[in-house]
Design a protein around this ligand. Structure first.
Ligand SMILES: [Cu+2]
Length: 296
């Protein structure tokens, strides 16, 4: 082994060993998760269908290739068959079959893409604005607005020399002070933008990820069909603390959501609203923290 290759190989080995030993791999999972929305389940089934087709093609093509290489090898006295050279019939067949397969895959994929873009019939609209490094949620029809920042315990533990073992922090770097609260079974339209640089709002269980771009309004929708807390992250490298602006969506029953909304509306009185706009981080967190459990 060359003197340059040796350190490289040992470094790769050490890195692999440390990664495999990491507790992050305790929840090792190979496949995607189906998620909890109609769209995420559709994306999952599309992924499975196409994966199965690709696996079938790989088995047939590589099987035929490996079989031919072994069975008809030169040492066994095989003579090349020249009858298929420049054969129009063969050219048509091996062009037509892939086209048919691609069209077969494109139909359900196009159907899913059209559905993803179809925000008609949404029952509520929330404007989401990305900032360095927090999210603002504005419930446009309900006059509720607040900021969502990394939870205090995660934020403290992440500091250099904090002395805190991050494995003891529940949902480390994936918990916030004020999560986005939505009712279960309701079509929620999300308008996405940003106040400074490009961010991306991403919650894997909802099957949705889209860029939040300053000066533009992007749109997505989701309809969660299970009560629960779903976590995600900013998915666009947005600066120093990009890894510290998680997204948490708290899906509640309609009754629980209504109760939460009332408490938020009473906290967000008209007099308090300008103060929220003037001092985003402090006022936004404080105004809604009273009604929301800390570190969800
Ligand atoms: Cu970001």
């Amino acid at each position: 082994m060359s003197k340059f290759l040796k350190p490289l190989v040992s470094a790769t080995g050490a890195l692999s060993a440390s990664l495999l030993a990491s507790p992050a791999f305790a929840a090792w999972q190979v496949n995607l998760t189906p998620g909890v929305t109609e769209l995420s389940k559709q994306a999952y089934s599309l992924h499975m269908t196409i994966l199965e087709i690709c696996t079938g093609i790989a088995v047939v093509v590589f099987g035929a290739m490996i079989y031919s290489i072994i069975k008809f090898r030169h040492s066994k006295g095989a003579v090349p068959d020249t009858t298929l050279l420049h054969s129009t019939k063969v050219e048509i067949i091996w062009t037509a079959i892939p086209i048919i397969i691609l069209v077969f895959m494109a139909i359900p994929a196009a159907r899913a893409l059209i559905k993803i873009e179809d925000t008609r019939g949404s029952e509520m609209t929330i404007k989401v604005t990305g900032f360095q490094w927090k999210w603002q949620y504005e419930y446009l029809d309900q006059k509720v607005s607040f900021y969502s920042t990394l939870s205090r315990d995660s934020n403290f533990a992440r500091q250099l020399n904090s002395g805190v073992d991050v494995n003891t922090i529940p949902d480390y770097l994936l918990s916030v002070d004020n999560p986005l609260v939505v009712p279960v079974g309701k079509k929620v339209r999300v308008l996405l933008t940003a106040g400074d640089v490009i961010h991306a709002w991403w919650v894997p269980a909802l099957g949705m990820k889209k860029d939040a771009i300053p000066g533009f309004v992007n749109e997505l929708w989701f309809k969660a069909d299970q009560i629960g807390i779903y976590r995600g992250q900013c998915a666009e490298l947005c600066g120093r603390d990009h890894g510290f602006m998680p997204v948490v969506v708290d899906v509640r029953s309609q009754a629980d959501y209504d109760t939460w909304l009332k408490s938020q509306q009473s906290a967000n009185t008209p007099a308090a609203a300008p103060a929220v706009a003037a001092a985003p981080a402090a006022e936004g967190s404080a105004s809604s923290a009273a009604a929301t459990p800390a570190s969800t």
